[in-house]
Structures are given as structure tokens and as C-alpha cells.
Design a binder for this molecule. Structure first.
Ligand SMILES: C[S@@+](CC[C@H](N)C(=O)[O-])C[C@H]1O[C@@H](n2cnc3c(N)ncnc32)[C@H](O)[C@@H]1O
Length: 279
């Protein structure tokens, strides 16, 4: 039975990844969604409905934040090699994903405000980073160690190429795959480098599930390895409608329960919590 299941999982994995939108998402994440689907819809055979439903979940976790500009990104990196201070190129790079595009004009002031509270960091760990590391030039920091983690292999390769090019500009970076939902036996999470700031931007809503408050356990583990966690939530949906508040109220209660204090910054479409341990 176990072997049968493994074969089925592999078959589904292959089928799901045939679509280019999902092809470079780490296998572990796809398998997690397959197992969740099979748990509530037991089946011995692959079917269309199943593939559609699993892809829909992956879309929610990853693909919905991409724009059509992804195909141009290698060209932008080539340009960056010879043209590191070009504003238009920076705008193009930041326009590849939706959250970085939304923050385009906000980044300079946003980083100023964040660092006013946290101090200028020497080391940042960015979890569920997407392409946020591309905003480095807007941090106005001369040298920075930047560790980025997310679930898409191609994105992590892209970031590693970016870090190589930006080394001359004082950015020492490394990008790797992580699954933030896996709290046990997760060597990446256990061995995260010590840092001044851990970023969890617009990712908490994606790792929590209805009956599992994964982010509480995650934040309890992370705060031991950093001075500040900077977590953000969207205040508008992808279609720009206002979001419901109860989740964030739950988040604030969770911080209180764990003796964590937080200061907030709001922009048009996002709220940021600068979280530290209460003295
Ligand atoms: C809304 S995007 C935010 C990206 C980036 N933090 C930003 O704000 O610009 C959410 C990110 O979380 C990542 N993500 C989703 N599930 C994850 C998981 N289980 N582990 C790590 N990252 C995850 C997605 O791949 C995506 O890049």
C-alpha cells in the first residue's frame, strides 16, 4: 500500500510540474500539497480534478505573486553587470513580483522607518523572501550579509546570480530553499545564521492553516536567533479590496501571549510589525 501511494505521489508530482508555472517549485512543497489533497480525497488513481486542485493551492502559495515580467529577468541581470546604478533597471527588477512592485516607491522611506527602530542591520535573514533582496540598493547600507530563503528553485538560482553581481556593491548574499511549514527536523531552520533582522514579509498568512497556528511556533523559534523580526501583512487583497482584520488581531494576541513587543508601520497596502523580546 505504502509503495502504491509513493508511486501515485510521484506520478501526481510529475503531472503537476508539467505546467511551467509550477515546474521549479521545490518537490517537498508540492508533495506536501499532494498529501494534503489525498488525505481529504483518498484516491488510487490520478485524475484531472486532483491536479487542478493541487495546482490551485500552489498558485495561492507562489504563482499568484508573479507578474508577466519573469521572462525578462535574465536580460535585466545581464544589464546589471555593467550598469549598477540605473534607476530604470532597478524599477524593472523590482517589478518582477507583485509585492516588490507595490513597494517600489515606498522602499526608501519604509527602510528608513524600519531601521530607525531596529538600527541598521549587518545581517538580514529573509524568509519567504520572493525577490525582496533586489531592493538592497534602497536600504542605503554600505555592506550587508543577506540570507534569502523561499520555495522556488529557479528564483533561488536567480537570486544567487544577483548576489554574485552585487558583491562589489557590498552585498554578501546567499539564497536557498526552505519550507517554513516544516518546523520539526528542519535542519535549514535549525541552522539559520544569527542575524539583526529576520524578515517575514507577507508570508505568515500562507504558512498558517485553519487548525494549525504554525507561525506562533515559528516566531518563538526565530526570536532566539535575531534581535528583531519584521513581519508584514497585506491590508489589501490582490484585487485591491480591503482585507479582513481578525487574523491580525489574532497575531497581536499571539505576540502578547509570548511576551513579545511590537511597533508598527503602515503603508497604503501593508502593515509591518517590528517584533522583539520584551525586556
Ligand atoms: C506574497 S509573497 C511575498 C514575497 C516577499 N516576502 C515580499 O514580501 O516581497 C509570499 C512568498 O512566500 C513564499 N512561500 C509560500 N509558502 C512558503 C513556505 N512554506 N516556505 C517558505 N516560503 C513560502 C512564496 O513562494 C512567496 O515568495
Amino acid at each position: 500500500m505504502q509503495e502504491k501511494n509513493n508511486n501515485l505521489t510521484q506520478e501526481i508530482l510529475k503531472k503537476v510540474k508539467q505546467h511551467k508555472k509550477y515546474k521549479s517549485i521545490a518537490d517537498e512543497i508540492v508533495v506536501e500539497e499532494i498529501n494534503k489533497y489525498l488525505k481529504s480525497n483518498p484516491s488510487e488513481k490520478i485524475n484531472k480534478e486532483m491536479i487542478k486542485s493541487i495546482r490551485k493551492q500552489l498558485h495561492r502559495l507562489y504563482s499568484s505573486y508573479q507578474t508577466g515580467k519573469k521572462t525578462k529577468r535574465e536580460k535585466y541581470l545581464e544589464e546589471l553587470k555593467t550598469n549598477k546604478n540605473n534607476q530604470e533597471l532597478l524599477n524593472n527588477l523590482l517589478s518582477i513580483t507583485i509585492s516588490t512592485k507595490e513597494r517600489l516607491n515606498q522602499y526608501p522611506e519604509l527602510y528608513k522607518q524600519i531601521f530607525k527602530i531596529t538600527g541598521k542591520p549587518k545581517t538580514i535573514v529573509d524568509l519567504g523572501s520572493g525577490l525582496n533582496p533586489l531592493s538592497y540598493p534602497l536600504m542605503k547600507i554600505k555592506t550587508l550579509n543577506y540570507y534569502a530563503y523561499d520555495i522556488d528553485e529557479e528564483d533561488m538560482k536567480f537570486l544567487n546570480k544577483y548576489f554574485k553581481i552585487m558583491k562589489q556593491q557590498g552585498l554578501n548574499g546567499k539564497a536557498e530553499i526552505i519550507n517554513l511549514r516544516k518546523l520539526e527536523n528542519n535542519s535549514k531552520l535549525k541552522n539559520l545564521p544569527e542575524s539583526d533582522i529576520i524578515l517575514l514579509l507577507k508570508v505568515i498568512d500562507l504558512i498558517d492553516e485553519k487548525k494549525k497556528n504554525i507561525s506562533e511556533e515559528l516566531i518563538k523559534q526565530l526570536i532566539k536567533k535575531t534581535k528583531y523580526i519584521v513581519a508584514s501583512f497585506a491590508t489589501k487583497t490582490l484585487t485591491r479590496k480591503p482585507m479582513k482584520l481578525p487574523r491580525r488581531q489574532g497575531f497581536e494576541k499571539m505576540l502578547e501571549r509570548n511576551n513579545l513587543k511590537a511597533q508598527t508601520i503602515k503603508t497604503d497596502n501593508e502593515i509591518f510589525y517590528m517584533i522583539s523580546e520584551s525586556l
